[in-house]
Design a protein around this ligand. Structure first.
Ligand code: 3PG
Length: 215
């Protein structure tokens, strides 16, 4: 069962910040979800950069139904299936892989494919998508890139990710075509490894406060 793509986009747009998460072990999934919720940010993109991704998504979905959980760094259609079976509510990819996008669109799985040029935007539009990830945001032109694209692609919303943190979050969120910003600064692998979930909650809370200023 997947969520309606518009619902997922609405929820991402409400959260405004999408923590990108890499978990070495699924034992960290529950404390991480609790920390993010304590910080007022009940959303996470759990990346398939570790073997623990699918199990972690499953744990969060089962134990924290109020969380919005997506699968990140999805590189092939097998991972789309793993994400779906785990209960993932959306899929995020670093680049634009037509086979992965098709596998999601055909089955109603919301997807944010990564793009960093106009061609990518048009490919996404060709699949009927309303939003894409802009990756790597800072290295690809950042805020000025998004301003330039607002002319020709007025209906597309972006989730810039890559090089975003507390210092530049506000400049992205101020743009009307930015749905939410992604980033790993809230849930760094080092903080998870050290079980510093209180610090993760604090960083989530800080991000929520910064985002609120841009509403
Ligand atoms: C991603 O997978 O989306 C990026 O690695 C996140 O980029 P960041 O680490 O610069 O936030």
């Amino acid at each position: 069962m997947t969520d309606n793509p518009s619902n997922v986009l609405t929820r991402l747009g409400e959260a405004r910040v999408l923590p990108v998460v890499e978990l070495e072990t699924s034992a960290a999934a529950a404390p991480l979800a609790k920390a993010l919720m304590a910080g007022g940010l009940p959303v996470a993109e759990i990346t398939f950069r570790s073997e623990a991704a699918a199990a972690s998504i499953g744990i969060v979905r089962e134990r924290f139904p109020e969380m919005l959980v997506g699968a990140g760094t999805v590189l092939d259609t097998e991972q789309v299936e793993l994400a779906r079976e785990a209960g993932s509510q959306f899929v995020v990819t670093p680049g634009f892989n037509p086979a992965v996008v098709e596998a999601c669109v055909e089955t109603g799985m919301p997807i944010l494919p990564g793009i960093n040029n106009p061609t990518g935007v048009e490919q996404a539009m060709g699949f009927g998508l309303e939003a894409v990830k802009f990756f790597p945001a800072e290295a690809s032109g950042g805020v000025s890139f998004l301003k330039a694209l607002s002319g020709p692609y007025g209906s597309i919303r972006f989730v810039p990710t890559g090089g975003i943190g507390p210092d530049n979050l506000g400049s992205y969120l101020a743009l009307p075509n930015v749905l939410a910003c992604g980033g790993s600064w809230i849930v760094s692998p080092a903080l998870v490894r050290a079980s510093r979930f209180d610090e993760i909650a604090r960083l989530a809370d800080e991000a929520v406060a910064l985002a609120a200023r841009k509403r």
